[in-house]
Design a protein around this ligand. Sequence first.
Ligand code: GCO
Ligand code: MG
Length: 402
Amino acid sequence: MKITSAKVIVCSPGRNFVTLKIETDEGIYGLGDATVNGRELVVAQYLEEHVIPSLIGRDAGQIEDIWQFFYRGYYWKKGVIDMAALAAVDMALWDIKAKAAGMPLYQLLGGKSREYINVYTHVNGETIADVLADFEVALNKGYKFIRVQCGVPGLAKTYGVTKKGVAYEPANANLPEEQVWNTTKYLNSVEAVFKAVREKFGDEVELLTDVHHRLTPIEAASLGKMLEPYRLFWMEDPTPSDNQESFKLIRQHTTTKIAVGEVTSSIYDIKDLITNQLVDYIRTTIVHGGGITHIRQIANLAALYQIKTGFHGATDLSPITMGCALHVGTAINNFGIQEHMPHCQVTESVFTHAYQFDHGTFQVGEAPGHGVDINEELAAQYPYKRASLPVNRLEDGTLHPW
Ligand code: GCO
Ligand code: MG
């Protein structure tokens, strides 16, 4: 089966998405997600100028060789833009192969390892009372794994906290909004919300939290120790993982489990974290991590160390990435949890999908391929709009990780 054409669809149904559509001479097409939040047009142009011309005429079935052509075959490998472009090609080719086989993708990846996919959702609020109210809503929807983020007294805005009743969207402005951060205020206030949640809702529900790269390693260690009584499912990105060794310091002090990887795009970005058993969950996901082909390699390495997956699943990853993540999650043994930040209705109307939410879990669906499609006519009604992620400064103006 030959690749006859490919095109990039950039649209903004509620937020920006970059989609690659690959067509073949047998009439089967495949779709891949190439969205990098805040840098969408860069990946779109990369695909159009450098990837698509080299794809035409190739055998669509040679997924591994095509992956290696754009990775090993390219001198400047491994950046997130490259890996997102490569991921889109890889997702689309797996979609084509599974459609040609008349099978849902998970069958090609080894078949079902589980009956459903557990997901975690986000709960947040400016105050503890707001968090407790939002928490109850999530429990009523059936979620058994819940990420908790609370406003920090004295800070105008806190990561992950949104106005009441408004869905949280990270890329919230045309140009980066400048927010203010104070680590002491955060560390002084963060324990109380977990205490309140455990007191009100008991020990059974699993709790997670995202530190969003804000702390130094020793601060992260003290946070982990402080939160031990609340038995978190994980604390996420407690410190930036650029220096993988720094997680040794955290591990020396706390048994709070750690999840890392949503900003990583290659196995080499997390290899030391895995092989030194410095984390418990890997969050690299299909779109930023080179597609299904590369994510399976990461998951296999992690499995050797009893580390599980916890794929990133924020709204800036398109339903196509979610579909692929659910197929991989269904097939592999060391699946841990899937993040679920529901897409808005407009996104859902443009991207139709076979996967279904069911009481805090997903059913992957039985449609051939990855099961996600795009309504191109509708997509065209939502043109790209520049949107940027915020940046963070300390109170004295120093730039700090967001
Ligand atoms: C998460 C993430 C997101 C990111 C977002 C950036 O854990 O879901 O941290 O909220 O901030 O994906 O584009
Ligand atoms: Mg995160």
